[in-house]
Design a protein around this ligand. Structure first.
Ligand SMILES: CC(C)(COP(=O)(O)OP(=O)(O)OC[C@H]1O[C@@H](n2cnc3c(N)ncnc32)[C@H](O)[C@@H]1OP(=O)(O)O)[C@@H](O)C(=O)NCCC(=O)NCCS
Length: 180
């Protein structure tokens, strides 16, 4: 599969993406809302899970590549949520971009195209997004792609220890416009 936007291509991961992906998720500033930056080993395991998930059909977290120079900007896409979440649906849209690529509207451009694919091609009825309360840039991206906060569905992330300041998460939703 391949999703094209004006400035970007979203495509399956290739081996050449492994090192730039590890650099992105190894950056403490990029990962400040994810409790810790990932070591090379952790980044490789994350990369492998995305590749396996794509093969199984449970993940469309894709490589976001810039058309003008082929740079790997990061990961963007939709995927089945792989932990217990106290709400439906169980599909999320998400993104992690390298710091050098922030502030140019790439995340909304890529995530908006991922949602369009999820609704028009996959036929999903609804998609959620979630992040730590403190992650305002990502909440802004959620709003820019038409998602709306559902405060009644906020939850504590089960993989973040109790008492950790990043445990409380906000949840945003968007429905397939065709099913409205
Ligand atoms: C979230 C992220 C992808 C932003 O992507 P981006 O391509 O830079 O998005 P944009 O260019 O649209 O800019 C982000 C928006 O957030 C806003 N923003 C930035 N910092 C902000 C802050 N501290 N408070 C509120 N809004 C903020 C920007 O002003 C911009 O909105 P605007 O265009 O209305 O001015 C990037 O910050 C990232 O990868 N973060 C790390 C990983 C992460 O947290 N992922 C999300 C998990 S759900």
């Amino acid at each position: 599969m391949r999703i094209e936007t004006e400035r970007l291509v979203l495509r399956p991961w290739e081996e050449r993406d492994r090192a730039p992906f590890a650099a992105i998720v190894g950056d403490p500033h990029v990962m400040r809302f994810y409790t810790h930056p990932r070591s090379r080993e952790q980044a490789d395991a994350w990369f492998d899970r995305m590749v396996e998930g794509f093969v199984r059909g449970t993940s469309r977290f894709l490589a976001a590549e810039r058309k003008s120079d082929g740079a790997l900007l990061g990961l963007v896409g939709t995927a089945d949520i792989d932990f217990e979440i106290p709400t439906n649906p169980k599909t999320e849209v998400g993104w992690v971009l390298g710091q050098a690529y922030w502030g140019k509207g790439y995340a909304p451009e890529a995530a908006g195209a991922s949602l369009a694919y999820a609704f028009e091609t996959v036929g999903l009825q609804e998609v959620v997004a979630f992040t730590a309360h403190q992650n305002l840039p990502s909440q802004r991206v959620m709003e820019k792609i038409g998602m709306r906060r559902d405060a009644s569905a906020d939850f504590d992330h089960p993989r973040i220890p109790e008492g950790h300041p990043l445990r409380p998460h906000v949840l945003y939703r968007i429905s397939n416009p065709r099913s409205a």
